[in-house]
Ligand binder design. Structure first.
Ligand code: ADP
Ligand code: MG
Length: 324
């Protein structure tokens, strides 16, 4: 049984970055507007995520780490909407099977918080503790009990790059949440959480990146496209970041990426590198098909050709305006 747990944990928990993603998505689902993340050795030895979300009820603390525990899905049709990031109730359980977990949480309507340690999905040492509302989860020594997976982890430097990359995307996707990020006790970035996409993109990708972009602000009911795309004045500066945020989630969509690159090719000639952009796309949930896969990072559209065309029109109109 323990072996099976360790194997199935591998589907969700493949690296420090995947642990971070699951923990931060839980914080987002809990309604946090401030999330603090600290990693050590790229997350290999320590990952700490604390939030000011609604917290976990003291009598549900033991449940949160159960296999298939989720408080988020009361109906099956919720599965098709992507407003809730987690729904399988596997993440905390899986993480606790392959690492040493400490948790503290206080539910918003309770007076006292709870702390506990978790080994193999079993919550131990539950104690009451005075805490502010929110949740703090500390994950130590990832894969300490699964040597094969531990060996599979990359160097601290490479895992740090991957971890900071996923954190950056989560922060860019959530401009109304203030993220404070530290690696080996040094500040990496602090976003304001003021719901201003220029601010969040500047903090994370740099003012220089933003200065080479033109703004996209396109509205064709029920679809909107906002953000930044490479200015035609900086066509030599490509290959930096190409990011889609669809309905508040960072997703990959290779087709859409190709279509956007083609706009630049048609207008400005051939280049081999990727065009840089950060595009926030909103459209009704029933226009999208999120892969029901643990990682949930790829998305496809129903009526893909039409949707891609509309999104492109957003980029095209920004390019037109930049010339005028
Ligand atoms: P899922 O997110 O798919 O529901 P998880 O294993 O990630 O499953 O989390 C299990 C449950 O633990 C969640 O449904 C939620 O009730 C609770 N939980 C986890 N993290 C937090 C958090 N940061 N704040 C509040 N509740 C949380
Ligand atoms: Mg979750």
């Amino acid at each position: 049984d323990e072996l099976i747990n360790k194997i199935s944990a591998g589907e969700v928990v493949v690296s420090p970055a995947s642990v971070i993603k699951e923990l931060v998505e839980n914080s987002i689902d809990a309604g946090a507007d401030h999330i603090k993340i600290k990693i050590e050795n790229g997350g290999k030895t320590k990952i700490l995520v604390s939030d000011n979300g609604i917290g976990i009820k003291s009598d549900e603390m033991g449940l949160a780490f159960n296999k298939n525990a989720t408080s988020k899905i009361d109906s099956l049709d919720k599965l098709s909407s992507i407003d809730t990031l987690g729904f399988r109730g596997e993440a905390l359980f899986s993480i606790s099977v392959v690492s040493k977990v400490k948790i503290r949480s206080k539910y918003k309507d309770e007076n006292i918080g709870t702390s506990a340690t978790v080994i193999n999905g079993k919550v131990q040492n539950i104690k009451n503790l005075a805490l502010n509302t929110g949740t703090r989860i500390e994950v130590e020594d990832l894969f300490y009990n699964t040597p094969a997976r531990r060996k599979h982890m990359k160097s601290a430097k490479a895992e740090k790059t991957a971890s900071l990359d996923i954190i950056s995307k989560l922060a860019i996707a959530n401009p109304s949440i203030a993220f404070s990020v530290y690696s080996d006790n040094k500040e990496v970035f602090v976003t304001l959480g003021d719901n201003n996409i220029r601010n969040v993109v500047s903090v994370i990708l740099g003012h220089e990146f933003v200065s080479k972009m033109i703004e996209v602000d396109y509205d064709d009911e029920p679809l909107t496209v906002k953000g930044f795309t490479l200015s035609p004045n900086y066509l030599d500066r490509q290959n930096e970041e190409s990011i889609f945020i669809i309905n508040g989630r960072y997703v990959k969509n290779d087709t859409l990426n190709k279509v956007i690159n083609n706009i630049y090719r048609e207008q400005y000639g051939l280049f081999t590198k990727r065009i840089s952009y950060v595009l926030y796309i909103r459209l009704p949930y029933n226009f999208t098909d999120v892969n029901i896969h643990p990682a949930k990072t790829s998305i496809s559209f129903r009526n893909e050709t039409l949707i891609n065309m509309l999104i492109c029109e957003g980029v095209r109109s920004a390019l037109r305006e930049s010339i005028n």
